[in-house]
Design a protein around this ligand. Structure first.
Ligand code: AMP
Length: 424
């Protein structure tokens, strides 16, 4: 039997319904926060990611799905959403419109990583971006959105961790200090970190290896090296979070896997999901538009992982009750072909009224149809047999209340259209 490729999963039935629920809440939030949707391609020129996410980042170096197409173009399956959105922002001249421009997306991302619970090679992200404002209130809007979104889902026990990773003016001084600090400790570091110490020292802070963590315990912290502008920005963000009652914890070791972040970096972490506890994160990226070939335009954004949110919802038993009966099963009985044809006509009439209606296609007995309707969570059964056809009166059974009544076809139309709101 064939299986989905390692690190990918099919999402179907109950799980697909749950994803719809997450997507619905996310879209409602985007509506109230005034974000507009954008769809970008699943693959882009590989160079877009190399330039923006960073040549030396793990995401690009080890995890990117990169390939040549038949025209010998070097392409990559997108490992994240922000780079593509930024490319589109420039390509469509959105930077020439009134700013800020606020966009959201929902879709699959691809990273070649070791699969485990909450970590896949194809995974889905919901993300939001604000381009064109450096106001700390926009960082806070992104964070507040994320916090409100998780709260609406019932995920109330997440920790917001936040840090400032500085900017190209102040970060080099800090990196120099960090390099000096680890110079005599390289023997204690893992192989990756030995290389990071040379090419991308900020990522040293992020290594999960226990020995590396111990070696870096007393390392210098970015905060002490922030330039006045970065310090002022970070202080303003934290102050606003307090004003808005969004609890946070400053974590000087928080650096994110994507190199484009400047200043604010944050993550919402669930203690109950172990090492894959980050449900969503983001930050400011004031150099990204420029590194994609545009003018200097500040930006800030966030992406959350759908699989991880679903896992956390499952763990905490937060999914809404899915067993509420809904819809109508139209049980057609009798051997008469004309009766069945009239039954089919009734089916489409009811559907045209916006009702959810199903019919039997396997020639089941009335008893078997009733059983099917029960088992598959229908609220009502309409019985359409020879008797009903002749009298133009149908039996309407409410499976939940266990009641049955006889109504004329005309009355049925009225009754159901009146109840349309609650017969879903
Ligand atoms: P990032 O794009 O690395 O900032 O990640 C943002 C969010 O996407 C994380 O907080 C996770 O929830 C999710 N995520 C990242 N990588 C994976 C993966 N390989 N599998 C599942 N979810 C992921």
């Amino acid at each position: 039997m064939r299986r989905a490729p390692r690190g990918t999963r099919d999402i179907l039935l109950q799980e697909a319904a749950r994803w719809q629920f997450l997507e619905k809440i996310f879209r409602e939030m985007c509506f109230t926060y005034n974000f507009a949707e954008i769809h970008t391609p699943i693959f882009e020129e590989a160079e877009l990611f190399t330039r923006s996410v960073g040549e030396e980042s793990d995401v690009v170096k080890k995890e990117m799905y990169i390939f040549r197409d038949r025209g010998d173009r070097e392409l990559a399956l997108r490992p994240e959403g922000t780079a593509g959105v930024t490319r589109a922002y420039l390509e469509h001249g959105l930077h020439r419109r009134a700013q800020p421009v606020k966009l959201y997306y929902f879709g699959p991302m691809f990273r070649y990583d070791r699969p485990q619970a909450g970590r896949q090679r194809q995974f889905y992200q919901m993300g939001i971006e604000i381009f064109g404002s450096g106001d700390p209130a926009t960082d806070v809007e992104i964070i507040k959105f994320t916090s409100d979104f998780f709260a609406r889902l019932g995920l109330l026990d997440l920790n917001l961790q936040i840090n400032s990773v500085g900017c190209p003016r102040c970060r080099p001084f800090y990196l120099e200090q960090l390099r000096n600090f680890v110079r005599d400790k390289t023997a204690l570091l893992c192989r990756d970190c030995r290389q990071r110490a040379r090419v991308n020292p900020l990522r040293l802070l992020d290594c999960k290896n226990g020995d590396c963590r111990a070696a870096l315990k007393d390392s210098p912290q970015m905060e002490a090296y922030l330039c006045p502008a970065c310090r002022e920005h970070f202080t303003a963000v934290l102050r606003l979070l307090k004003v808005l009652d969004v609890p946070f914890e400053v974590d000087p070791f928080l650096v994110r896997g994507l190199d484009y972040y400047t200043n604010t970096a944050f993550e919402f972490v669930s203690a109950s999901l172990g090492t894959q506890g980050s449900l969503g994160g983001g930050g400011r990226y004031d150099q990204l538009v420029e590194s994609c070939g545009g003018p200097p335009v500040p930006g800030v954004g966030m992406a959350a992982g759908v699989e991880r949110i679903a896992l956390a919802m499952e763990k905490k038993n937060l999914w809404p009750n899915e067993d509420v009966p809904s819809g109508i099963f139209l049980a057609v009985t009798g051997s008469d072909n004309e009766g069945r044809e009239e039954g089919l006509a009734l089916l489409y009439q009811l559907r045209a009224q916006g009702l959810k209606v199903e019919i039997d296609y396997l020639n089941r007995s009335l008893k078997a149809q009733m059983k099917y309707a029960h088992r598959h969570g229908f609220r009502y059964v309409i019985i359409w047999g020879e008797e009903e056809r002749l009298s133009k009166r149908v039996k309407l059974r409410d499976l939940q209340a266990g009641e049955q009544r006889e109504v004329s076809l005309q009355e049925l139309g009225h009754l159901l259209s009146e109840q349309k709101g609650w017969i879903k």
